[in-house]
Design a protein around this ligand. Structure first.
Ligand SMILES: NC(=O)c1ccc[n+]([C@@H]2O[C@H](COP(=O)([O-])OP(=O)(O)OC[C@H]3O[C@@H](n4cnc5c(N)ncnc54)[C@H](O)[C@@H]3O)[C@@H](O)[C@H]2O)c1
Length: 336
């Protein structure tokens, strides 16, 4: 098979990362953005064809193999379904969608089309996180007793004012969808499914810019009996402070922290030591704010492995749906 041909939907901030990587690993055949000037600028920078709607792109570009969806959260379901219906594989940015019912529609369409649906969860590739996954799977920490997830970032009013969808409940979904869905995914991926949740959320200082919580706290019970807490806020003063997970097992304790779950901060494991970790890559830098680890090339390596060589999807649609389900449980609990 020749190089994989990609189409990209939405020419915003994260799309730049996708485009750079696609150009290194495949062919960027076409892009689209409803804002014509954005599509044009992007098309010029990456020397590719441009469209202003996904429908035009999909009906004109018959040779594209994979559509990368980088549009706002509320469009992921519609854009994924349209792409699958025209016979394309889909790589969808996180969050997979804004409701479990939309995720299910996407999964049904992937099944019908026989095409692959992959979700971007690049933080799973952070070296200390990947090492933690291995020792959990090998049982090195013994029975898992409890876990603590901390997400302390800064998003100021300008961040929301500069966007026509971020901060709006129906378009963005909430702080757990846009800022911290990667972290919720890791909780599910590392510890397991969530049985019950008790949570509180407040909007303390973003009442003029966001329609949902800027801070939340949740107590969680997992299906395997472990318990845990999630503490999150976008009110860390002035800058991002911490993204961390601490796992307490019968035979060991591990904390992966730093600002972006990129540093092995603590380990004390019975008869074992995590060592020789490769250096973590820097965070995605968007100019006036920083996001998650920039491991998107690992995501694309997986896309190519899956499509060319029948490899296993690193983050599949079921797992994408599970993250959305946990977030829904937390937001449901706010209402109690
Ligand atoms: N994996 C990560 O770490 C990561 C990081 C940042 C963003 N994201 C996700 O990527 C997505 C985009 O985020 P962003 O920060 O780049 O947002 P953005 O607002 O910078 O970009 C979105 C783009 O989509 C375009 N768009 C809107 N409606 C469209 C439509 N109907 N058809 C085509 N284009 C349309 C907008 O004009 C805009 O250019 C979001 O879902 C976000 O959660 C993921």
């Amino acid at each position: 098979m020749d190089k994989i041909r990609f189409g990209l939907i939405g020419c915003g901030r994260i799309a730049q990362r996708h485009a750079e990587i696609i150009q290194n690993m495949g062919i960027l055949s076409a892009v689209c953005d409803i804002k014509g000037e954005k599509a044009a600028e992007f098309g010029k920078k990456y020397n590719t064809k441009t469209y202003s709607t996904i429908d035009e792109l999909l009906s004109s570009e018959k040779d594209i193999d994979v559509i990368s969806i980088c549009s706002p959260n509320y469009l992921h379901c519609e854009h994924t379904i349209k792409s699958l219906q025209t016979g394309k594989h889909v790589l969808c940015e996180k969050p997979m969608a804004l409701s479990v019912s939309d995720c299910k529609k996407m999964m049904i369409e992937a099944d019908k089309s026989g095409k692959d649906l992959l979700i971007v969860k690049q933080n799973r590739f952070n070296p200390p996180i990947a090492a933690l996954k291995v020792i959990l799977e090998n049982g090195k920490l013994g029975k898992i007793l409890s876990v603590q997830l901390n997400c302390f970032w800064n998003r100021n009013d300008d961040y929301y004012k500069n966007s026509d969808w971020k901060g709006k409940k129906a378009l963005d979904g909430g702080t757990l969808f846009t800022q911290f869905s990667h972290f919720i995914d890791l909780l599910y991926w590392l510890i397991g499914d969530v049985k019950s949740v008790d949570a509180l959320g407040r909007n303390f200082i973003h009442n003029n810019t966001i329609e949902f919580e800027d801070t939340g706290t949740a107590s969680v019970e997992f299906e395997n009996g472990a318990i845990g807490t999630i503490n999150y806020t976008v009110n860390s003063y002035g800058k991002n402070m911490e993204g961390s997970i601490t796992v307490f097992g019968e035979k060991g304790t591990v904390k992966v922290g730093g600002q972006y779950l990129n540093v092995l901060e603590y380990q004390n494991i019975d008869g074992y030591e995590i060592s020789g970790l490769p250096e973590s890559r820097p965070a995605n830098d968007y100019g006036f704010y920083q996001g998650s680890m920039s491991n998107h090339e690992k995501v694309y390596e997986n896309v190519i492995d899956v499509i060319k060589y029948g490899g296993i999807i690193a983050a599949n649609a079921y797992e994408g749906m599970k993250t959305v389900e946990i977030i829904e449980k937390i937001y449901e609990s706010f209402k109690k």
